[in-house]
Design a protein around this ligand. Structure first.
Ligand SMILES: [Zn+2]
Length: 150
């Protein structure tokens, strides 16, 4: 999925989940926004990769796009790291946004390898990145978010 679809899906996810997190909504929101785009740090032309500067350059050089950074081992490692750091609202937001990104990429034809680097088996879906179907999905997200804001 494209950047704008991921970020709007993260915002929609926030509105869907925010009732379960009555406190610290700002941290939850920021975490979801970051988590919804963070996995694409492994793609050298992505916005988040460019924003990460030297770290992004190194990650894109060593990591395959939709490899480790789109996998369950990375997700679990991030979960462990956030537990250690003790940032509950930001951490939950980041994990939920990260999960939304991986699930959406799993719906595309390119798919994701959830158990990378232990297995290259892929989860794939019917949607092409940037296709008309994705544009329709994006429009549905816009309507959902607008209804939630009003
Ligand atoms: Zn991605």
């Amino acid at each position: 999925m494209l950047f704008h679809t991921h970020i709007l899906a993260g915002i929609a996810f926030f509105f869907f989940l925010s009732n379960f997190f009555p406190a610290a909504k700002l941290w939850l929101f920021l975490g979801i926004l970051l988590g919804s785009i963070l996995p694409d740090i492994d793609e050298q032309h992505s916005k988040v990769n460019r924003w990460a500067g030297m770290v992004g350059i190194l990650i894109a050089f060593f990591a395959k796009h939709r490899g480790f950074f789109h996998s369950l081992p990375c997700f679990l490692g991030l979960t462990f790291l956030l537990q250690v750091l003790g940032q509950p609202a930001l951490g939950w937001g980041l994990l939920l946004g990260y999960a939304s990104h991986i699930i959406l990429d799993g719906l595309t034809r390119q798919g994701i390898a959830p158990f990378w680097p232990f297995s290259s088996w892929k989860v794939r879906g019917p949607f092409r990145v940037g296709s008309f179907a994705e544009q329709l999905f994006f429009l549905a997200l816009v309507i959902f978010v607008v209804v939630e804001v009003l």
